[in-house]
Every structure is written in structure tokens, then in C-alpha cells.
Design a protein around this ligand. Structure first.
Ligand code: HSE
Length: 405
């Protein structure tokens, strides 16, 4: 029997207990031993819930029990999750987590401790919810040198953008609706400002390129400035606006950014809607691959966590090598990154296109009948720094969205 302890009986924690109970026989068969939930740690009580029998309020009970081999950390947040995970690993207990904040911030250190103790720190559920992506990056795509990872990595913002496109509504209204339905947190900042996607692309990129990427170095823009008018233009152009998290190798360097991007139907991420996530990966021998599925939610996330528990059980005293060295990977400044830009400007197409062409050269233009005081254009490909300079020179820019079209 392999004893595990679950830290946190919130959405994911209760999902982990549910998944282990629901698929007990098949999970045990795949793990090669019986997985027994010996403890669940939470500060709260759960009267009437069967979890009461294994509920403890004190982490010391778990850490001091030599029978516990695997700890599931699904508390969220950096502290006390960091302290608990570190102590667990130092005590020779493997840790499985869905905690993207913790993995992005302390992943390298925790991986090194796990390696030194010949145990494991696994975090499949930290990116893309139930979608297998960490394990494929670490074990299936090892023949490749990966040069791009681009994903829709946040379900909340994808739901909001999908709704905005379907209903023509403004960001604030859709956010309120998403909060009422439980798809967005009461404090939605981490999702809507892109911070959550930023941490996830830092984790995926660290694994894909084998060196540590500091999430604080990733250029990040959220979706709060996307308006119903932007969406109208996007539809008119046959495109959709998605919050993309991307990292790419260009020339001799890597860059990473999170920002809204206008994409058309030729892009494989175009049809990824609602709370779904998808991750596109390009390798130098594989070519393209895409991983799609349920990117958030209780059971999909728990599915990934429990798969890690099974992996830990199969490698109880054997470290699974992770392609994520503590050597930092310095990202190039996004100033050099080239994109096309969709730009909205004040004025009229007939009266002011000359000024635009004087600054930006040849552009594609578009105007909407119900936005008479403005028009929009799409630039040729240019680097971020060039765009910023030209936009300032023109002086009439309302907003801009990167366009991969
Ligand atoms: N808030 C996250 C999302 C949860 O919306 O994708 C899963 O990490």
C-alpha cells in the first residue's frame, strides 16, 4: 500500500479524493500498488463528509508520519505551500501539485531537492489543467529541439473573449456574468491581467528549452482593454482575438510574451473556445503538434494530479529526470520581436489615410459603419520598437492588437 496525503480540500483537493475513489481499481492497477489516502489537511472541518475520517489540521502529523510516501499539494498560493512542499521533499516524500504560482516561482529549487533525494516533484496539472503537456514535453518530444510553444493557457479569459465575440458585449459585462457563473474569481486580476498565463508559459518554456525562465521576465498584457468595438473589427476581418502565451526561438535567442492576438482560421488555436485550453508546440524534427482539452476545473485538474500520483508510485525511490536546469535562460527584449499590428486610429478613412501611409507605408484598411469617428489598419510586419515609434509619431492611435494574420 502507498499512503498519500492531500494538502488542501478545496476544489482540486476534493477532486483528487473523488477521482481516487471513483477509479480506485484501475488507478491501483496502473500504479502497481494500492493508493491509500491516509490524510487530508485543511484548516476547515467538513461535518458529514466522508473525508472527516482522514482529516487533520496539523501538517506536522503528515510530515512526521514515515508511512506517507507521496504528498499532493493543492493548496494554491506560494505560502505555506512552498514551506510544506520543501519540507516534504527534504523528508523524502514525493510531491505532486497543481500550483502554478509555486512551480513558476520555486520550481527549480524544488526539482533539485527532489533529484538529490531520488524522489519526484511533479506538476502536470499546473499548466493546461487536464491536458497532458508537461509529460509530453519532458518525455515524448525529447528527440526534438523545440523552437516554439504557443498556447491558450487560461480558461477564464478564453471564456470571456469567446462570450464577447458571441454576444458583442463589453469586457466588464462578460466578466460580471463569468463571475456569477463561477468561471471567474471574485478577484479576477491574475486571469484577466495575464499573470496566470505568464506563469504557465514560463513553466512550459523552461521545460521545452531546458533552462529556467523567470516568469517576471515574460512581457505580459491582459485582456482588460479589449472592447466590443475591437471584437467587431476582428469579426469583420474574419479573425478572433485570443489571449496567447507564446515563447519562440528567433535567430540565436528566445523571447516570451503574453498578450491578446488577432488570429485567423488558418491558425490551429482559432477554434479553441470557451474554457478550453490548447498548446501548440513546434519541434525541429516533429514539426507541429497541438494538445487540446479541458484546461481548468475540478475533475480535469484532479485527473492530471492523480496521474502524477500514479507516476510517483511507479517511481517511488527513483527520480524522473526533468529537462529543466536551474541555469537561467535570458530572454531577449520584446522590442526586437516582429509582428503585424491591427491599429485603430481617430479620424476618417478618406481624410486621414494619407497620414497613416506616410508613417506606416503600405497598410490594409478597415472601417465599421457604426464607428464613424475612427478607422483601422493592419501594418506590415515590423518590430515592437518600430511600431511604438511610428504610433507615437502618428499621434492618433486609439489602440493596437498584435495580428498574426
Ligand atoms: N484560473 C485558471 C484558468 C485556472 O482560468 O485557466 C486553471 O489554472
Amino acid at each position: 500500500m502507498i499512503n498519500i496525503a492531500v494538502l488542501g480540500y478545496g476544489t482540486v483537493g476534493s477532486g483528487v479524493v473523488e477521482v481516487i475513489n471513483k477509479n480506485h481499481a484501475s488507478i491501483n492497477k496502473k500504479a502497481g500498488d494500492e493508493i491509500n489516502i491516509k490524510y487530508v489537511l485543511d484548516l476547515r472541518d467538513f461535518p458529514g463528509d466522508p473525508v472527516e475520517k482522514v482529516l487533520v489540521h496539523d501538517f506536522e502529523v503528515i510530515i512526521n508520519d514515515p508511512e506517507v510516501d507521496i504528498i499532493v499539494e493543492v493548496m494554491g498560493g506560494v505560502n505555506p505551500a512552498y514551506t510544506f512542499s520543501k519540507r516534504a521533499l527534504e523528508a523524502g516524500k514525493s510531491v505532486c501539485t497543481s500550483n502554478k504560482e509555486l512551480v513558476a516561482q520555486h520550481g527549480t529549487e524544488l526539482l533539485e531537492i527532489a533529484k538529490s533525494k531520488d524522489i519526484n516533484y511533479l506538476f502536470e496539472a499546473s499548466c493546461g489543467g487536464g491536458i497532458p503537456i508537461i509529460r509530453p514535453l519532458n518525455s515524448s518530444l525529447t528527440a526534438d529541439e523545440i523552437d516554439e510553444v504557443t498556447g491558450i493557457l487560461n480558461g477564464t479569459t478564453n471564456y470571456i473573449l469567446t462570450k464577447m465575440a458571441l454576444e458583442g458585449s463589453d469586457f466588464d459585462d462578460v466578466l460580471k456574468d463569468a463571475q456569477q457563473k463561477g468561471y471567474a474569481e471574485r478577484n479576477p486580476e491574475a486571469d484577466v491581467e495575464g499573470y496566470d498565463a505568464c506563469r504557465k508559459i514560463a513553466i512550459l518554456s523552461s521545460l521545452a528549452y531546458g533552462s529556467h525562465i523567470d516568469y517576471k521576465d515574460v512581457y505580459t498584457e491582459g485582456i482588460t482593454k479589449i472592447s466590443a468595438t475591437d471584437i467587431k473589427y476582428a469579426k469583420h476581418l474574419g479573425t478572433s482575438i485570443k489571449l496567447l502565451a507564446t515563447s519562440k526561438k528567433i535567430e540565436d535567442g528566445f523571447y516570451a510574451m503574453v498578450c491578446p492576438v488577432m488570429i485567423n482560421e488558418r491558425n490551429p488555436l482559432y477554434s479553441v473556445n470557451d474554457v478550453f485550453n490548447a498548446i501548440f508546440v513546434h519541434g525541429n524534427v516533429l514539426g507541429d503538434a497541438m494538445f487540446y482539452g479541458s484546461g481548468a476545473g475540478k475533475l480535469p485538474t484532479a485527473s492530471a494530479v492523480v496521474a502524477d500520483v500514479v507516476d510517483c508510485a511507479k517511481h517511488l525511490h527513483r527520480n524522473i529526470m526533468m529537462n529543466w536546469s536551474s541555469q537561467p535562460l535570458e530572454l531577449m527584449p520584446v522590442d526586437h520581436v516582429k509582428n503585424r499590428f491591427f491599429v485603430r486610429v481617430k479620424g476618417s478613412l478618406t481624410g486621414d489615410i494619407g497620414d497613416v501611409e506616410n508613417v506606416f507605408g503600405e497598410v490594409e484598411t478597415v472601417s465599421l459603419p457604426d464607428a464613424p469617428d475612427e478607422f483601422a489598419f493592419i501594418t506590415q510586419e515590423m518590430c515592437e520598437a518600430d511600431f511604438a515609434e511610428k504610433a507615437e509619431k502618428l499621434g492618433t492611435v486609439i489602440s493596437r492588437i498584435r495580428a498574426w494574420i
